[in-house]
Design a binder for this molecule. Sequence first.
Ligand SMILES: [Zn+2]
Length: 138
Amino acid sequence: MWLSNNGNLLTDKDQELIAQARKAIRLNYDGINYNHTVGAAVRCKSGNVYTGVNVYSLHGACAEQVAIGAAITQRERDFETIVAVRGKEGEEIIPPCGNCRQMLYDYMPECEVILMVHEEEQKIRAKELLPFAYKAED
Ligand SMILES: [Zn+2]
């Protein structure tokens, strides 16, 4: 397997992060009018957690983007761990889409992403989710 599994088991803080992402979508789930179906939570190195839900439009914003935008708005720049969940109760942990992988790579390549690998919760560094990544010119 190409992913390096360094025994990245989830900590209590990681479980709390998942719970916060689930709370964000549970409080805002809307499968009819605005298609809010995904919640995300990002934990910064400061310890602060920011959450978001996806915002629907033609080129809508993913929940991860909304959560990261909330963090950046509060002058956070160092990100530790991020997770996204889908469903009315946020029951499904989902991996970031391709666009988000690029954003994570640009903003926080060392940030750990919680996702399911072979039906197990694991943390994988953002940069490992986008091999041969596009890099903006310096
Ligand atoms: Zn996305």
